[in-house]
Design a protein around this ligand. Structure first.
Ligand SMILES: C[S@@+](CC[C@H](N)C(=O)[O-])C[C@H]1O[C@@H](n2cnc3c(N)ncnc32)[C@H](O)[C@@H]1O
Length: 363
């Protein structure tokens, strides 16, 4: 388009635009519809509608129980049925198999925390213009993980990644002989809890920032976990202890850091297993996801300098350098691609992208 576009605004009253609006409105319509459906589903979770509809109920009866407007509840149930989250039956509604598994509060796979985390991401994205000018929202690293992220990650991995990762570890012959393990930056501690549940004599330590201990305790209680305890520390600054037969290191700021790799090597017994799960960047790789690169830059940790790409930090080794450094001290037993273990993507922080699990043995 050339010239002065709209010196003559009045002309626009009779003249069609230079382009049809469809390519603009088409994607908007999808987003707007999806967002509103997401809000409806989230409202139903907060109102515990799915819990109530484990048994067949009529919307009037449900509205009565919720002390809510019957017309709104009837329409909401209709919308949720169109979304296949409820099933219409006679004059009433019932949960679908999907919502029974993930949207009922008594399910171990309840996803309410993920919904909250998605909304908090929207809140950050709404500040993008301001952040472009004033810089990222500054958070303490410990607070960043504290603010629902630990719970969201726990709910996400319970949909499959936890079980797949644990199976990859327990099938190693070294696991049968392991006595002590360290879940480094373990947060919720679910990996340590799941591994300890497979081996009664395993002493599992979850190492994380001090404030994360209360989250760990909640999960320990929820899953009635035995053989697992918490050690508070900053893995960059503090000692990791020693005498471990297994170190699990999953999605952590130190995941590609040479100094942390050396610390892990030191804390392992000879022949000990090191299981790391991270997204590595090849030297020539520009980006894995521009969308998530932007999301990564919406916040800044006090203390650890982020790199430009999602999950990248300033001191990170490239994939090539990391693999070379790893193999100086460890023998690689197995690498596993994300498609073998990862939870489905959600276009948000936490997506696995092309992360890999590397299982290695201390030389
Ligand atoms: C993305 S979460 C991963 C949690 C868990 N390992 C998983 O894979 O689901 C990163 C965890 O590392 C912890 N963490 C980050 N930096 C740390 C540090 N310097 N010292 C100890 N823990 C740290 C965070 O508190 C958080 O629990």
């Amino acid at each position: 388009m050339t010239g002065k576009p709209y010196d003559f605004n009045r002309k626009a009253l009779s003249q069609l635009p230079h382009m049809a609006a469809e390519p603009l409105y088409g994607p908007w319509e999808q987003v707007v519809r999806g967002y509103k459906q997401f809000c409806a589903m989230a409202a139903a979770v907060r109102l515990r509608i799915f819990d109530h509809l484990v048994e067949l109920r009529q919307p009037m009866d449900l509205a009565d129980q919720l002390n809510a407007d019957p017309k709104m509840i009837t329409d909401l149930c209709d919308l949720l049925a169109d979304m296949e989250l409820l099933v219409r039956y006679q004059d009433g509604f019932l949960v679908s198999a999907l919502s029974r598994t993930y949207l009922c509060s008594d399910s171990a796979w309840f996803q309410e925390e993920v919904i909250k985390n998605i909304f908090s991401g929207f809140g950050l994205w709404q500040q993008l213009d301001r952040i472009c000018i004033e810089g990222p929202v500054k958070v303490d690293e410990a607070d960043f993980f504290e603010n629902n992220l630990i719970d969201s990650l726990a709910s996400e991995i319970l949909t499959g990644e936890l079980q797949q990762t644990v199976a990859a570890v327990t099938r190693q012959p070294e696991f049968a002989a392991a006595q002590r393990m360290l879940d480094l930056g373990g947060g919720h501690g679910l990996y340590a809890m799941a591994l300890a549940a497979q081996k009664q004599d395993l002493e599992a330590i979850v190492y994380d920032f001090n404030p994360v201990e209360k989250d760990f305790k909640r999960y320990k209680e929820k899953f009635k976990a035995n053989g697992v305890r918490f050690v508070a520390g900053n893995l960059f600054a503090d000692d990791l202890g020693n005498g471990f037969d297994l170190v699990l290191f999953s999605y952590n700021p130190g995941g590609k850091n040479e100094r942390i790799l050396e610390k892990i090597h030191q804390c392992l017994n000879p022949g000990g297993l090191f299981v790391t799960k991270h997204a590595l960047y090849r030297e020539a790789e520009a980006a894995k996801s521009t969308l998530l690169d932007i999301e990564w830059q919406l916040t800044a940790f006090r203390g650890v300098a982020k790199g430009r790409n999602v999950y990248a930090f300033e001191q990170d080794l490239s994939e090539e350098a990391y693999m070379e450094r790893l193999q100086q001290d460890f023998e690689i037993i197995e690498t596993i691609d994300a498609k073998e273990f990862a939870t489905p993507p959600l276009a948000k922080f936490g997506d696995r992208l092309d992360s890999i699990i590397i299982i290695s043995r201390k030389r």
